[in-house]
Design a protein around this ligand. Structure first.
Ligand SMILES: Cc1ncc(COP(=O)(O)O)c(C=O)c1O
Length: 382
């Protein structure tokens, strides 16, 4: 465990708590609650005393059915073609399940940099090695570098689209190329789709598991945390090849026994409300995004801001030699606004910062981003 990086969010959180009035552009959550239908569905749970006992390891039938229909209608994923759905206690758990099912100690998993830190942490915890493939200057996939990174010990290539921390959305063509590469080289493609509904403008989400013949080597991870304001309810799911079902069941039975059943009922209610619930919220979120983008224009000459067509993040590269954590500390203490330093996402050189705009009301974001822009200008003397 000493080899595992400490999550940076609590470190920044502590700095924020010590600075009264500071606004956090750090948290990767949405501001809205679950839909009404989620709470209504809990009555069904409470009405049946049998449901207080353990239920199926891989999820309750009512939720599995809704997920299966959603995957077919929205993602073009047909789980009847030798795939299985396993409901998990969130997307992070789905990733750990996948990792433990496919990798032995010493195996390699390819992550794109910047990476999602919990993926890297899980790989280290499993005594595996995260092999890093850099994305390009627009944080897009570089399939050639991924191909070069594959060795005899590689077990999987991980992609996240829309991406945390960059907000980049990968094209269908690029994801097809990576999926084909994985198939040709006999490794899994793990596709994290926690932000599937969060796309703006022309950006379109694509699920690699919808590719014909991909189901044997593709593992897709989904989450209700962002789409349905469900972060604390802990519900996600994974779509896995049939041949991994037994292994994943062993892992989940040992760690969780079954996903919390009350949360699964709430999740079924949320999924009955459907994607429309999230899409409705997205209107306001995209206004906030436009506002943040306009504000960031004011520091264009001292930072690079690649296009971010999805999720609710921007990942800036500042033109300075100041260390990212020192920059964040100054922004909090001197300007009352927080961001997440880029080294948490594996960017070891350069001053990168992640800004998250999903968690706050419009007015608070406006104040926060105003402070951020003024702070950067003051610190960099721009
Ligand atoms: C890319 C990505 N995957 C998974 C998760 C975790 O989601 P969950 O709450 O479902 O565990 C997050 C949360 O920020 C994320 O950004």
């Amino acid at each position: 465990m000493r080899m595992v990086q400490s999550p940076i969010i609590p470190v920044v959180g502590e700095m924020i708590r010590n600075t009264p009035g500071a606004i956090s552009l750090g948290q990767g959550v949405v501001s809205y609650p679950p839909p009404r239908q989620a709470f209504e569905r809990i009555a069904d749970f409470l009405g049946n005393p049998e449901l207080h006992k353990y239920q199926a390891v891989y999820g309750i039938p009512a939720l599995l059915e809704l997920i299966e229909a959603k995957l077919l209608a929205e993602n073009g994923i047909n789980v009847r073609q030798s795939s299985r759905i396993v409901v998990t206690a969130g997307g992070n758990m789905a990733f750990v399940n996948a990792l433990l099912a496919i990798a032995d100690a010493g195996d390699e998993i390819i992550l794109q940099t910047p990476y999602y830190f919990n993926h890297e942490m899980a790989i280290t915890m499993a005594n595996c090695r995260a092999v890093l493939a850099p994305t390009d200057e627009n944080y897009q996939l570089q399939p050639r570098l991924i191909a070069e990174a594959i060795t005899g010990r590689t077990k999987a290539v991980v992609t996240i689209s829309p991406n945390n921390p960059t907000g980049a959305v990968y094209s269908e063509a690029a994801l097809r190329e990576v999926n084909k590469l994985c198939r040709a080289r006999g490794v899994y493609h793990i596709s994290d789709e926690a932000y599937e509904y969060f796309t703006y403008g022309d950006a379109k989400h694509f699920s690699p598991a919808s590719i014909a013949g991909s189901n044997e080597h593709t593992i897709s991870l989904f989450s209700l945390s962002k789409a349905y304001g469900f972060a604390s309810w802990r519900v996600g799911w994974m779509v896995i090849p049939e041949h991994l079902f037994e292994a994943v069941n062993k892992i989940q039975d040992t760690v969780l026994i079954c996903p919390p059943v009350v949360s699964q009922f709430a999740a079924a209610g949320a999924m009955q409300a459907g994607a429309g619930y999230c899409r409705e919220k997205l209107k306001q979120l995209s206004e906030v995004r436009e506002f943040v983008l306009n504000e960031l224009e004011r520091i264009r000459d001292c930072c690079a801001l690649p296009p971010a067509g999805g999720a609710f993040y921007f990942f800036l590269r500042l033109d300075t030699r100041i260390e990212p954590l020192a920059m964040v500390e100054r922004l909090i203490k001197e300007h009352g606004v927080a961001a997440i330093p880029g080294n948490a996402f594996g960017m070891e050189t350069g001053c990168y910062l992640r800004l998250a705009y999903g968690a706050l009301q419009k007015e608070t974001v406006a104040e926060g981003i105003g402070r951020f822009v003024r702070g950067i200008k003051a610190i960099l003397g721009a």
